[in-house]
Every structure is written in structure tokens, then in C-alpha cells.
Design a protein around this ligand. Structure first.
Ligand code: SF4
Ligand code: SF4
Length: 478
């Protein structure tokens, strides 16, 4: 079909209209603030928490890329423990699905980094520039000293917070006090400076400039969350029936102030004050129904509850409720409906994965041993007729101290093991070592031996020896 000359294609780019949120008091605001304070305390303080160690810096949490060891309090994670990372990612995904299935985007509204940093930056703006009307006035007024000073100071503070966010992130990867000293004396590597710059810039751009656009346009979760929603999922919802009545919402006026007066004339409880829209960090009107931009922060609930209180109407015109309950003829008090296949499935996956991870961490040996048979050639016949197999044994010392090990064999005579000129196996904390071992068996014994064990015993008395099964080859594989 031909397009008419006058038909205009819809623009690919829509100009960003800044959102000036109004502050609000209420239980969801308080909860968000509590989460924010806790999250900031943990994030900014953790690299400074001391933790006595023998083989590394005294820092409770440190991701030491140099020695390829992650220190998490008393737990030391090695590259060989990559399985834990995979499990952690799986658990995080299952937890996200589980929570979303139950109460929608609670993660986004209260815990996501984007929310936390945006929230703080909005707080900075409110403190420096004032409440929503003052900020709107400032935005619309021509450039003058007041505008430059207030907006400039706000952004300077946001940049400082972003900068410290970047520094803190980098401090997790080295000894924090040393890193800060080296950073400001120009002794950190280029990678260190680039990391801080990158983190600071992304924090400032995401939290200070882009804000809700990250949630709306960039975050993939906003797009696929719908898959996890069900009719029983709790989501921030406007009770349309109650708010609109049969004659629609209306502002209070003479003869339309009390609930009874409004109901007599068919009007609902919504007084069309717009407070719920003004507090919304993504700038949407929840009265238009569930929208993918809604991050479930609950601030519009607080806003509306305050209005309902001031009017003397019952709270909960906007509330966490399920689609099914809202549509029901006799709605009950909103509650978590967890007895659903999807939710139970997510919970099960979460429990099993957590169980596996904790079991794996709890039962991990401090000594990791892998044995590889040298296959070129598979065996060698010696001049006396005996057969020799060779093995490469890789030992990782996962303890926080230097350790000595004794290598022995089980199932074949001890003297069959030939370690060459290595007198003692000693491995430093967190390090590994590969050694070559030969096993020589007489022709008769070789004929009878298919398998035996290598036993690696740490010298520390309480440590458990590690037993690894190995094969002895006396003929070629077919
Ligand atoms: S509509 Fe309400 S819950 Fe959703 S983002 Fe806006 S204020 Fe938060
Ligand atoms: S805050 Fe409540 S009363 Fe005011 S417009 Fe929103 S839904 Fe209506």
C-alpha cells in the first residue's frame, strides 16, 4: 500500500521529559528508606571491615584477582569453584522469578541498584532545590545564578556519590586502605583508574540523568516480567470500581465532599488530586491500569492513603492486590496466594539449588586433587619386564596457610610409586602445584591391576586425606 505524502512516520526518538517527583510519607516510603540505608551501609562499609588472615590482606570481603582468590569472611573461593558462581546466578534468577510471581516487581521497587541510586539522587535534588513545585519552577526559569548554583550543586553531589561508588567497587578487588592511598597518590594501575571512572560515569548517568529511562527502555526485566505475572500475583493496583464509581472520579466540591454525597451521585473515592502521579518515579498514572513502567515501589499507595486519611475515607484505593481479587464481586483482603504451580515450582528450584550450594560449600575439601594419566604412551615396558604408567597430579592448597602433603598409593605396593627427585610436596596458601608421578608394576601384578588409588594427605593433623581413583594400563585401549 502506498503511503500518502502527508502521513508522518512516528518518531523513533522521543524527547525525554524530566520527572519531578513529590516526596511522600508512608509505610512503603519508610521501607524503601530502610532498605536504602541498609544497602548503602553494607556496600560502602564492607571493604573496610577487617578480618584476620595469614595469607592475604586482613579484609573481610576481597576479590583478589592477582592470586585468583575471593575472600568472603572465612570462605576462600578459587577459580575451581566456578560451579558456586553458576549456582549463585541460578539462585538469584529463581529468587527473582519467585518474588515476581508472588508480588510483582518488588525487586525493582525496593532493592535494585538503579532504584537505590536514583532514590538517593532524587533526595539530593529535593534537599538542594526544594520540593516538586520549587524544582519545576527552577527548571522552567531562564538560566540565572540561582539555577546554576542549585542545579550545579545537586549534580556535583551526585558526581561525588558516583565517584565514591566507583572507588568503593574497585576497593573490593584489593586491600581497601592501600587502594585509596595509591589511588590518590597516582600509584594505581591504569585498569584501576579506568574501572573507577567507568563505574562513576555509569552510576551518574544511570541514577542522575537517565533514571526511569533505564527501567523503561534498557532493563530487559521490564519486558519479560509479564511472563511471571498471573491473575493471583500481587501488584500495585488502582481499585477502579471504588475510585470511579459509576459516574467517574471527580474533585471534591460543594455537595461532593463526603463519601456518602459522592456515592449518592455515583462518583467514586478518587478525588482526582493527582498526588499518586506526582510521587511516581516513572511518571505514570497507575489509574490507567498495570503498566510495564511500574516498578512496584508502592509510593503511590502511600500518596493515596494520605489523601484518603485527609478525606476521612478508608485507605487502600491504591493497594497491592491481585487482578483476580480486584475483579471479584466480593473482594477479600489482599493476601499472598502462594499455592500456585509456578510459585511452588520457583520455590522448589530455589530450595534445591540453595541446598546443593550450601552442601557443596560445607563439604568442600581444603585440598583439591586431580589426576590425569599421561597417555602418550599409555604404558612403557621397562628392561626387567615391568610396566610403567605415568600420571600428572595437580594439587590445590585451598587453605589459608602453607601446607605440606604426602603422596601415597592404595591397592598396589607402596614402592610402586616413583616420585623421582621430589623430596616433599609443599604448597603455599592458595597456590597449586603439578607433579609427575610414575607407577611401576611387575608384569604379573600389572596383569591383575586395573585400578588403584592415589592418596594425598595434608600434614596438618585434622585435615582429611584426598583419595583419587586411577587406572593402570597394561595394554592398549581398543
Ligand atoms: S505507579 Fe506507583 S508503584 Fe508503580 S512506579 Fe509509580 S509510584 Fe511506584
Ligand atoms: S492519590 Fe488517590 S485520590 Fe488522588 S488521584 Fe491518585 S488515586 Fe485519586
Amino acid at each position: 500500500m502506498m503511503q500518502s505524502d502527508t502521513a508522518k512516520p512516528s518518531p523513533l526518538f522521543k524527547k525525554h521529559i524530566p520527572i519531578f517527583t513529590r516526596s511522600v510519607k508512608g509505610k512503603f516510603r519508610n521501607f524503601k528508606t530502610a532498605v536504602l540505608v541498609l544497602a548503602y551501609t553494607v556496600y560502602f562499609m564492607l571493604p573496610w571491615l577487617p578480618w584476620a588472615r595469614n595469607s592475604a590482606a586482613d579484609q573481610a570481603i576481597m576479590f583478589d584477582l592477582g592470586t585468583r582468590r575471593f575472600f568472603i569472611f572465612d570462605l576462600i573461593v578459587y577459580p575451581q569453584d566456578i560451579f558456586w558462581l553458576a549456582m549463585l546466578l541460578f539462585i538469584a534468577a529463581a529468587l527473582l522469578f519467585f518474588v515476581t510471581g508472588l508480588i510483582g516487581r518488588a525487586w525493582c521497587g525496593y532493592f535494585c541498584f538503579q532504584t537505590l541510586w536514583s532514590d538517593l539522587f532524587i533526595y539530593i535534588e529535593q534537599t538542594i532545590q526544594g520540593e516538586r513545585p520549587a524544582r519545576l519552577r527552577l527548571y522552567n526559569q531562564p538560566l540565572n545564578a540561582e539555577k546554576i548554583l542549585k542545579i550545579g550543586t545537586s549534580h556535583l553531589l551526585m558526581i561525588l556519590v558516583s565517584f565514591w561508588t566507583g572507588i568503593t567497587f574497585a576497593a573490593y578487588f584489593s586491600y581497601a586502605p592501600q587502594f585509596i592511598h595509591d589511588f590518590f597518590t597516582g600509584q594505581v594501575s591504569h585498569t584501576g583508574y579506568i574501572t573507577v571512572l567507568l563505574l562513576a560515569t555509569t552510576t551518574y548517568v544511570a541514577g542522575g540523568l537517565a533514571r526511569e529511562q533505564i527501567c523503561t527502555f534498557l532493563c530487559p526485566y521490564a519486558r519479560f516480567q509479564g511472563v511471571m505475572y498471573e491473575a493471583d500475583t500481587l501488584a500495585v493496583s488502582y481499585d477502579k470500581r471504588r475510585g470511579e464509581g459509576t459516574a467517574g472520579r471527580i474533585i471534591p466540591s460543594e455537595g461532593l465532599r463526603t463519601r456518602e454525597q459522592r456515592q449518592d451521585k455515583g462518583h467514586g473515592d478518587c478525588i482526582d488530586c493527582g498526588f499518586c502521579v506526582q510521587v511516581c518515579p516513572t511518571g505514570i498514572d497507575i489509574r490507567n491500569g498495570l503498566q510495564y513502567q511500574c516498578i512496584s515501589c508502592g509510593l503511590c499507595i502511600d500518596a493515596c492513603d494520605n489523601i484518603m486519611d485527609s478525606m476521612g475515607y478508608p485507605r487502600g484505593l491504591i493497594r497491592y492486590d491481585s487482578e483476580r481479587n480486584l475483579a471479584s464481586e466480593t473482594p477479600h483482603k489482599p493476601r499472598l496466594e502462594w499455592k500456585r504451580l509456578k510459585v511452588i515450582g520457583y520455590a522448589l528450584a530455589l530450595t534445591i539449588a540453595s541446598g546443593i550450594l550450601f552442601y557443596n560449600i560445607g563439604t568442600r575439601s581444603d585440598t583439591e586433587v586431580t589426576v590425569q594419566q599421561v597417555r602418550q604412551p599409555l604404558f612403557i615396558m621397562l628392561s626387567d619386564g615391568s610396566l610403567r604408567n605415568r600420571y600428572q597430579i595437580h594439587i590445590v592448597n585451598k587453605t589459608a596457610h602453607d601446607e605440606s602433603y604426602k603422596l601415597s598409593v592404595r591397592g598396589i605396593p607402596q614402592q610402586a610409586l616413583d616420585m623421582g627427585s621430589i623430596p616433599k610436596i609443599k604448597i603455599r596458601a592458595g597456590k597449586d602445584l603439578s607433579i609427575n608421578a610414575k607407577v611401576n608394576l611387575s608384569h604379573e601384578l600389572a596383569e591383575k591391576t586395573d585400578e588403584f588409588d592415589f592418596v594425598v594427605s595434608p600434614a596438618t593433623p585434622a585435615s582429611e586425606p584426598v583419595v583419587i581413583e586411577a587406572q593402570f594400563k597394561s595394554q592398549h585401549d581398543h
